[in-house]
Design a protein. Structure first.
Length: 94
């Protein structure tokens, strides 16, 4: 993969992750404020429960998933960089 293509992929990955996370955070906050949802007591729910309740419109679950997307975005960026560098390493002569 060429440097410019790799750079575009990395930028697209970061921009998409941050935009998706931001949209989820704003949507979750709006739902929480409009529905006056209280903060739940106890341990946080598991990922399958979070996804199921987010799809049903739970603002706190949407907020939590937005934060998870924001945390995973840099990991995805590193994965894109690693995947883009692999073809260059394979053709490298020692």
């Amino acid at each position: 993969m060429q440097e410019s293509q790799l750079g575009r992929c990395v930028r697209w990955t970061l921009l998409s992750g941050v935009a998706l996370s931001g949209a989820m955070l704003v949507l979750g906050l709006l739902i929480v404020f409009l529905n006056h949802q209280p903060r739940p007591e106890g341990p946080p729910p598991t990922l399958p429960v979070l996804m199921r309740t987010a799809v049903s419109g739970n603002g706190l679950s949407i907020l939590s998933l937005g934060l998870l997307v924001l945390m995973v975005t840099p990991l995805l960026r590193v994965s894109v960089l690693a995947a883009g560098g692999i073809p260059g390493m394979i053709t490298m002569e020692f």
